[in-house]
Design a protein around this ligand. Structure first.
Ligand SMILES: Cc1ncc(COP(=O)(O)O)c(C=O)c1O
Length: 376
């Protein structure tokens, strides 16, 4: 099956009783254990509706198995702790989702773990690896600067050194990038974003080989972080439209990126789909589409970013991303607020940087909204 078809059909539970076309929703948290090899229980991550969405995402990512979590951070933290502990070293990039950065900064020292934040570049990531390195965590494209990492290069190097690789694939979505096939061991998504797609559920997922998923599931059993059947059912419904949603969102993102690039009031636009992006060719070599996220920086002498955001009529200022509605945020005071101001400046997350999560609206309406908010 192709992706659009997998979105609709993979993993679906057959309704053998009534013949309904949708997966039945099993809300039970207690299941009969007699005469069963494996008893189902939400925190064992094996209920029917959990399994249905895991199978669908595994089909889309080309992975063997997975674990569905109550948030993207639950997926990321559990996966890291499944493969690294006291005495171990982890390599991360300085540009990555603020929550992942904060997890390493705040919790690793207490756990006896060390972390190097390398520059956001495959060679720098590889040279940060030491003998004690157990895990490399990358994100591509990154939040919020949309930098692209050479995934094949990092994966090949790590395999040779027997270091486990984890990627946050949230921005690319499984429609446009499948890192498992490029050699990455564990692929993570914040399901709260594109997989959920309607800004109304919080969940996360980790997919990998059966062997790696066994270790993640074992850690997950202790840490908890499971989701109930209602969230699974909403997620399954959302996944059915994932391909068509992100295709439309990406088309809109391309139009908005070109528009912004032509605006005098805009200093820079970060979008790998632009021919002027330093990541354009690399993105083409490992993604099948450039995705729906972009960021841009206003000439703050011409337009005050805070005022601009308040002047928008259609585009909503909101934390989070990936919904069908277009939203905007200032990473310096939202997703990356926990990072020190000096660190943000160093990597280019300026106070005037704005991150756009492009929705499925008609692009002309979005462009008109951006245009009117730029006029003084
Ligand atoms: C790229 C990325 N990864 C992970 C997360 C964490 O996801 P969650 O909020 O579902 O825990 C986020 C949240 O904004 C994100 O943007």
């Amino acid at each position: 099956m192709r992706k659009e078809t997998q979105c609709v059909h993979s993993g679906a539970i057959k309704d053998t009783v009534y013949g309904g076309v949708n997966s039945p929703v099993y809300t039970s948290t207690a299941f009969n254990y007699l005469d069963r090899e494996r008893v189902a229980y939400p925190r064992y991550f094996n209920t029917p509706n959990q399994t249905a969405v895991v199978e669908k995402v595994c089909a889309l990512e080309g992975a063997e198995d997975g674990v569905l979590f109550s948030s993207g951070m639950a997926a990321m933290s559990t996966a890291i702790l499944a493969f690294a502990g006291a005495g171990d070293h982890v390599v991360m990039m300085d540009e990555l989702y603020g929550g992942t950065h904060a997890f390493a900064t705040n919790e690793f020292p207490r756990l006896g773990m060390a972390c190097t934040f390398s520059a956001t570049d495959a060679d720098a990531i590889c040279s940060a690896v030491r003998v004690e390195t157990k895990v490399i965590v990358i994100e591509s494209p990154t939040n919020p600067l949309l930098s692209v990492i050479d995934i094949r290069k990092v994966a090949a190097f790590a395999r040779e050194r027997q270091v486990l690789t984890i990627i946050d694939n949230t921005f690319a979505t499984p429609i446009y990038q499948n890192p498992y096939g490029l050699g990455i061991d564990v692929v993570i998504h914040s399901g709260t974003k594109y997989l959920g797609g309607h800004s109304d559920i919080c969940c996360g997922i980790a997919v990998a080989s059966r062997q790696h998923v066994e270790r993640i599931r074992k850690m997950a059993l202790s840490l908890g972080g499971s989701v109930n059947a209602d969230t699974c059912a909403l997620l399954e419904r959302s996944l059915m439209t994932l391909a068509i949603r992100v295709e439309r969102q990406t088309e809109n993102a391309g139009r908005l990126a070109h528009f912004l690039e032509g605006c005098q009031q805009v200093r820079r636009v970060c979008y790998p789909g632009l021919a002027s992006s330093p990541f354009h060719e690399l993105a083409r070599s490992q993604m099948t589409g450039f995705g729906p996220m972009l960021s841009f920086e206003l000439e703050s002498e011409r337009v005050d970013p805070a005022r601009f955001v308040r002047k928008l009529r259609l585009i909503k200022p909101a934390v989070s991303l990936g919904g069908i509605e277009t939203t905007i945020c200032e990473p310096a005071v939202t997703s990356h607020a926990k990072m020190s101001a000096a660190e943000r400046q160093r990597i280019g997350i300026t106070d005037g940087l704005l991150r756009l999560s492009v929705g499925i609206e008609q692009a002309d309406d979005l462009i008109e909204d951006l245009e009117q908010a730029m006029t003084i």
